[in-house]
Design a protein around this ligand. Structure first.
Ligand code: ZN
Length: 388
């Protein structure tokens, strides 16, 4: 067991400069979710790199969102494949690089997306190079890097594409932002966004107050009722984060709307959540007010499965072999594509990428050393999974 460990460590240690160069190159290609040209450029570059490593790559094109890459390298045995997941887009619009240029200070790497998650992509690429270098070829390896993750795949069908692509795999590793406590995520919440619109009757508030129907009053009642649905024990939260309505203070308002972010832990809760919101939408708290609701699923929850926990334990053993801290199980209210491999029944760990803090802000930074650590850990884990 673990016969490849030294060779993997040597390869990564010998490629530190190359890894840092690639990290810098990737951060310098701006890839905000709405910057298709930038994402496609990075996708093209990664396609070239993976081609060179013997992968069969497929770039899926989307009209409005950045392209995604699906790459496969066949194994020599019939053991189940390994799936690596990531995203190439960032939350930063074009121009962020100028405000926050790529730089390294005190072992911290700065720049838009350095942490979330270009470092993770580089760690994965060099893990694959290390595996090639040592001649590892037992399992098929599948790689998917999407181009519109930060906007919930609104430009593509990538939720289901990742589920389909990872199906049947032994394990999946999402190269997302790594935690500072060295743990890995075994679960994440799912998210659904509701928009409720209420309609009333506009009248002059001074002359004809009584015959008006206030959509704002209706939406205010709904806001309170929706927030009451929060159930911390079940891990279900409702946040009315946006409220709008009315036009002038002397007019009874005939339109008001709220947007509600709901987070939940289990897919089986989704139906009851939708039913509860529909019931509140269908109730008129103000006589004569009418309302409609629509919803959009953001991410499915990454449910905590026994498979995820088993995988965490295996990775913990590899950490010990590499002299790293044994990782704990983390949980996050934020969402990721790990939900899609878990939906496919694949044991999955999330947050396998570079470690750091403050993602989605200009203060975002990643710990430089974690690039090498995570790359070694990923390559070693893949070889050791094969030994078991
Ligand atoms: Zn991310």
């Amino acid at each position: 067991m673990g016969k490849f460990l030294n060779e993997i460590e040597q390869f990564i240690d010998g490629n530190r400069d190359n890894m840092m160069r690639m990290w810098e190159e990737f951060v310098k290609i701006e890839t905000g979710s709405n910057d298709k040209a930038g994402i496609d450029q990075l996708a093209g570059r990664i396609e070239e790199i993976l081609d060179h490593e013997g992968f069969e790559t497929e770039v899926r094109h989307f009209d409005n969102g950045g392209n995604s890459i699906f790459a496969t390298k066949k194994g020599t045995t019939n053991k189940k494949p390994i799936c690596l997941i990531g995203h190439m887009d960032t939350v930063f619009s074009k121009g962020a690089l100028e405000k926050n240029p790529f730089k390294i200070e005190d072992g911290k790497v700065f720049g838009p997306g350095a942490l979330d998650m270009k470092g993770g992509i580089v760690a994965a690429i060099f893990a694959l190079r290390a595996l090639n270098k040592i001649g590892y070829d037992e399992r098929e390896i599948r790689v998917v890097f999407s181009g519109d993750e930060e906007v919930g795949h609104k430009y593509s069908e990538t939720h289901d594409d990742i589920m389909a692509y990872s199906r049947g795999c032994e394990a999946a590793f999402n190269m997302e932002t790594g935690a500072m406590n060295d743990g890995f995520l075994t679960g994440r919440k799912g998210s659904v966004v509701f928009k409720i619109e209420s309609y009333g009757k506009a009248v002059h508030s001074g002359i004809d107050h009584k015959s008006g129907i206030s959509a704002i009053l209706e939406i205010a009642h709904k806001t309170i009722e929706i927030e009451k649905l929060t159930d911390y024990e079940k891990g279900i939260t409702f946040n009315v984060g946006v409220i709008q309505g009315g036009d002038k203070s002397n007019i009874r308002p005939d339109y008001a709307t709220i947007e509600v972010d709901c987070r939940f832990t289990k897919l089986s809760h989704l139906e009851e959540i939708i039913n509860a919101v529909n019931a509140i939408t269908g109730t008129s708290y103000v006589d004569g007010a009418k309302s409609t609701a629509s919803h959009r699923l953001g991410f499915y929850p990454m449910e905590v499965t026994e498979g995820n926990i088993r995988l965490l334990n295996t990775v913990g053993e590899v950490c010990e072999m590499l002299g790293l801290k044994k990782p704990q199980a983390n949980y996050s209210g934020g969402s990721s594509d790990s939900s899609n491999s878990v939906r496919a029944g694949v044991p999955t760990l999330c947050g396998f990428g570079v470690k750091g803090e403050f993602n989605h802000t200009l203060q975002e930074y990643a710990l430089m050393e974690s690039l090498f650590e995570r790359s070694k850990l990923l390559a070693a884990t893949i070889t050791i999974l094969s030994d078991i």
